[in-house]
Design a protein around this ligand. Structure first.
Ligand code: AMP
Ligand code: MG
Length: 457
């Protein structure tokens, strides 16, 4: 089998996890997951199967710090220095030795013997009845361990000494310790971290200008459907513009994936086969939309079984019930050519987004080498009755607001239409209302879980 640089995607279930080494096909593997029922697979079981097939890419690139934004750190960063490198003052004030506080007087009088500014240390000796004028960030003079803020002192008329109440400061106050931000020899950032603004700044504070990151994951996608028209084409009777490729492009870009748009593919086995093979040849992951529901599924199924290892699931989820998941190869037999992980998403535009976030997203992050965090949920009181059938997880679209005058308390209203074809419900909403597998109808005022789009979408 040919191998692409750092490409381990979908070659086998990810190692180091709870996988039996002899299980090689997705169907064998899936049957060992608790609650496995391909006709009504709970979301949690699907997530657990997918997670185990998402093997991280291994190739590493060295990039300048600015280019590391949103990339996945390939190895721990061990701090080469202490940050800050010296004890320094946290305030504008006067540095002195705390022995001056021990004299049991109600006031402390100290003579000013010098000045230290950030970048301009004071080099002399400081006696116990003396002090040094210091500015924030200035190195603590050698004999000093405490800073009294300038607003707590009275200066003598000739500005040669200060007086302050002995109980105004405690010994050691207002001193920042060397290494208190980052200690030399300790891990400053862990491998698997997706680098954010604070991380770039943190590495700069360590003097690190280049880092090793995993190569970006390459994700190919195409839409299927004879009714689909690309932008710029006229809309004839019964046709619709292909919106899924734009939604997918944007969702993938937000996750910093390297995207490959393969256009619209007709509902024809030969065209589909060619598109899938070429996608597998050039990407780690292949996403398609449409053609996996009952009716159209038959030829897709047969086709995918000839050169892939794909399971057709009916998820206990709404929207997003039909979903195909597995591996495809660029060759004409399973195991021949280059492998790619495959997700056949439903065609309905809202179902594409919901299955992407709930099923695909975590796999993409894992394959990128990241350590994904569970998406946070908030509790919100529903402003209206919500119809829900127990036995499936629903991701309704909602508009959440904080309750006026009660910060931290939320309420949520479902958007009008919850049809999986109504994409405007996603644009109107600012959260998913997550109704758990076992939950039934929700009464007005009852609390539900919500997942805010901010930071997600
Ligand atoms: P399918 O899953 O192929 O049966 O498609 C379900 C519904 O989603 C149909 O109404 C399709 O026209 C629609 N659909 C499928 N793919 C797309 C797409 N790429 N953009 C917009 N609508 C789509
Ligand atoms: Mg279709």
């Amino acid at each position: 089998m040919k191998s692409r640089s750092g490409r381990t995607a979908a070659a086998a279930p990810a190692s180091g996890r709870d996988v039996q080494p002899l299980m090689t096909t997705l169907n064998e593997f899936s049957r060992c997951v608790a609650q496995y029922d391909p006709h009504a697979l709970p979301v949690s079981a699907a997530q657990s199967i997918v997670r185990q097939w998402a093997a991280p890419v291994t190739a590493v690139e060295r990039v300048p710090l600015r280019d590391a934004l949103d990339r996945v750190l390939a190895a721990d960063i061990i701090s080469p220095i202490d940050v800050p490198s010296h004890d320094n003052s946290a305030m504008d004030g006067y540095a002195f030795n705390c022995a001056a506080l021990a004299a049991n007087e109600s006031t402390v009088d100290l003579t000013i013997v010098g000045k230290a500014l950030a970048g301009h240390p004071f080099a002399g000796h400081v006696g116990t009845t003396q002090c040094v004028r210091v500015m924030t960030g200035a190195c603590m003079p050698a004999d000093c361990d405490t800073v009294v803020p300038q607003e707590l002192v009275e200066r003598s008329a000739d500005s040669t000494s200060i007086r302050f109440a002995a109980n105004a400061v405690r010994a050691g106050a207002n001193r920042r310790r060397a290494g208190e931000d980052l200690a030399r020899g300790h891990a400053a950032l862990r491998a698997g971290r997706i680098m954010r603004a604070s991380d770039l700044g943190l590495l700069a504070s360590l003097g690190i200008g280049e880092v090793n990151v995993r190569r970006r994951l390459r994700v190919a996608f195409f839409s299927t459907g004879d009714e689909l028209r690309s932008l710029g084409e006229p809309l004839d009777q019964g046709s619709v513009y292909d919106s899924n490729r734009y939604t997918l492009f944007a969702m993938l870009r937000r996750l910093n994936m390297d995207t490959l748009d393969l256009g619209v593919v007709r509902d024809e086995p030969a065209a589909l086969e060619a598109a899938l093979r070429s996608a597998a040849a050039s990407a780690d992951v292949v996403l398609t939309s449409g053609g996996v529901s009952v009716g159209e599924a038959d030829f897709t199924k047969q086709l995918l079984q000839t050169f892939g290892d794909v399971a057709f699931w009916s998820l206990a989820m709404r929207p997003g019930r039909p979903l195909a998941f597995g591996r495809v190869w660029s060759g004409d037999h399973p195991g021949l050519g280059l492998p790619a992980l495959f997700f056949g998403l439903p065609g309905n535009p809202v179902a594409v987004m919901v299955t992407f976030y709930q099923i695909v997203r975590e796999a993409l992050l894992l394959m990128s080498g990241a350590t994904p965090q569970a998406l946070p949920l908030l509790r919100a009181a529903s402003r209206q009755i919500i119809r829900k059938r127990a036995g499936r997880t629903e991701y309704q679209r909602g508009v959440a607001e904080q309750v006026l005058g009660a910060p931290g308390q939320w309420h949520v209203t479902p958007t009008g239409s919850q049809s999986s074809g109504v994409l405007s419900s996603m644009s109107e909403a600012n959260c998913f209302i997550v109704l758990g597998h076992d939950e039934a109808d929700i009464a007005e005022g009852e609390h539900v879980d919500i997942m805010l789009f901010d930071g997600l979408i």
